[in-house]
Design a protein around this ligand. Structure first.
Ligand SMILES: Nc1ncnc2c1ncn2[C@@H]1O[C@H](COP(=O)(O)OP(=O)(O)OP(=O)(O)O)[C@@H](O)[C@H]1O
Ligand SMILES: [Mg+2]
Length: 247
């Protein structure tokens, strides 16, 4: 049997005194789109960064297709669309430059793109419908175009696992539909997609399965089940809200 696409086992992460993840565990199979939901500060971005190997857990382990985060960062099998707040949009890079960074792992030390790298970048830009924006500085894009730029980077690098941290934040319905369709196509081609979102209404049309996070995985199952009011109350602390309102 092949290893799961993503295996997170009992991961705990602190930032100084702050406990961001506390015994988080999940398994994701290939070809699935999984929605990650949880309140602000529940550890979604930390979970992505831990899977990427950008944050080192105090305890527990992460394997992607059976390999360590450090290894897959070298091979480029994981594509990462960071939360907008985590990107320096003033950086003097064009859309094409950002997408080309997805090819670095394949270029060797000189980092001189070859014909196949240019082809892969052009193809990725076409897929996210950004060809005409290729030479624009990344700060001069709309919210949806910014997200699609990073999705294109993942496509160009040939990632088989894609992590998207709130790709729908600040994005209009049309861009949201474009990204949703693209993620579905990539999953149908065999990619595994983990995507965090605050758009709970869109979850059933976006994802095959969903995870409720609150420092650990509270629930992992079909979106309809995860979205039941009692489960959302548990994850978003709405019961606490109700009690405080009746005081
Ligand atoms: N670099 C950091 N240094 C210190 N604390 C941090 C850092 N990054 C995150 N935290 C804290 O860790 C916890 C989890 O943050 P994280 O960004 O993972 O949450 P999130 O679920 O992505 O939230 P949001 O929905 O707002 O994006 C929060 O309490 C946050 O304040
Ligand atoms: Mg976040």
């Amino acid at each position: 049997m092949s290893a799961p696409a993503i295996l997170v086992d009992d991961v705990t992460v602190h930032y100084g005194e702050v406990l961001a993840l506390n015994g988080a565990s999940l398994t994701l199979e290939r070809g699935r789109v999984c929605g990650l939901v949880g309140m602000n500060g529940s550890g979604k971005s930390t979970l992505f960064k831990t899977i990427m190997g950008m944050v080192r857990p105090d305890r527990g382990s992460v394997l992607i297709n059976g390999q360590s985060p450090a290894r897959v960062r070298k091979t480029g099998t994981v594509g990462y669309v960071p939360q907008s707040e985590d990107v320096d949009w003033g950086f003097p890079l064009s859309v094409r430059d950002v997408v080309m960074t997805g090819r670095y792992g394949k270029m060797g030390l000189t980092r001189r793109p070859r014909a196949e790298d240019h082809r892969a970048v052009d193809h990725a830009l076409e897929r996210v419908e950004l060809t005409e924006y290729a030479d624009r500085q990344i700060g001069q894009l709309s919210g949806g175009q910014k997200k699609r730029t990073f999705v294109a980077r993942g496509i160009a690098q040939g990632a088989t696992t894609l992590l998207l941290d709130e790709p729908f934040a600040g994005v209009d319905k049309r861009s949201e539909a474009t990204i949703t369709r693209l993620l579905r196509e990539l999953a149908d081609e065999g990619a595994t997609v983990l995507v965090s979102t605050h758009d709970l209404h869109a979850l059933p049309s976006l994802a095959d399965e969903a995870i409720l996070l609150m420092r650990r995985v509270l629930m992992h199952g079909p979106p309809e089940e995860v979205l039941r009011p009692e489960n959302l109350a548990m994850a978003f602390g709405l019961d606490v809200l109700d009690r405080s309102e009746t005081k």
